[in-house]
Design a binder for this molecule. Structure first.
Ligand SMILES: [Zn+2]
Length: 265
């Protein structure tokens, strides 16, 4: 993962990206939002001014020579629905009202993004399709195995072979800063595995959950090669100057984005 400048912003770029495929993770720097949303807040419904968020999203889109309405984000609800974009569309802005937590696409010239502040954004790229995906991974998404479901959806919809996928795990809250309790434990018991490997009990009924490791294990379980997974290792809660963190800032904060953009025809 390296820091790359693009237009007016800098972002974190996975090792496999850059040559034909744009993918990465924004930081909080480069926008015009005022504290506590400073500065590149890309999320609506954060308490920030709508017009400023729109301007920030425009800054991101224009950095990649896109008009702002070709930046596609959704209404993330900690569910396990996957949006499939397999048709061209002159305007993707109305998808902001669609409730889902992963997007897969084979369309060039549209930037798909997942907004986060502690949850993990995971980006997938199939160079053969080409096709791509972005996934929102909080504890509910991890317990539901949403990464594996998204890899499977790319296989079914676009013929993507998991062993050919490139993946990137973006910035999220580190295990040391992510305490969870029994409802989370129960959700993992009912859903996808991995709990034993990623949870460490700190006191009765309380665990520290390493979602970054959880993302990696789910990618590997889905058939993605370890060598093709690049990971942001800095924790959101420990890096105030770089990342938004919902837990650190008690909810009064902005959103960074994990994004992917297939090359135009
Ligand atoms: Zn931390």
């Amino acid at each position: 993962m390296k820091t790359v400048r693009q237009g007016k912003i800098g972002y974190l770029q996975p090792a496999w990206a850059g040559d034909g495929i744009a993918a990465g993770f924004t930081t909080r720097n480069g926008g015009t939002s005022r504290p506590p949303f400073n500065s590149l807040n890309l999320g609506f419904h954060t308490g920030d001014q709508q017009a400023v968020v729109e301007a920030n999203r425009g800054t991101l889109a224009r950095a990649f020579d896109l008009p702002p309405h070709l930046l596609l984000t959704v209404q993330q609800v900690h569910g396990s629905e996957i949006l499939v974009i397999d048709q061209p569309n002159p305007d993707f802005s109305h998808y902001q009202r669609v409730e889902c937590d992963a997007i897969i696409l084979n369309q060039p010239g549209v930037m798909a993004g997942i907004l986060v502040a502690d949850c993990y954004p995971v980006v997938l790229y199939d160079p053969d399709g080409p096709a791509a995906g972005v996934v929102h991974v909080g504890w509910r998404g991890a317990a539901a195995g949403l990464i594996g479901r998204t890899v499977q959806a790319m296989r079914e919809m676009f013929g993507s072979r998991p062993e050919r996928l490139c993946a990137a795990i973006g910035p999220g809250v580190g295990g040391h800063g992510y305490e969870v309790d029994r409802p989370v434990r129960e959700a993992f018991r009912a859903g996808a595995g991995g709990w034993e490997q990623i949870a460490r009990e700190t006191s009765l009924g309380h665990w520290l959950l390493d979602l970054r490791l959880g993302c990696q294990l789910q990618l590997e379980a889905a058939g993605v090669s370890t060598a093709r997974i690049d990971t942001v290792t800095e924790c959101t809660c420990c890096h105030r100057e770089t990342f938004y963190s919902y837990r650190r800032d008690q909810g009064r904060t902005g959103r960074q984005m994990g994004f992917v953009l297939l090359p135009g025809k």
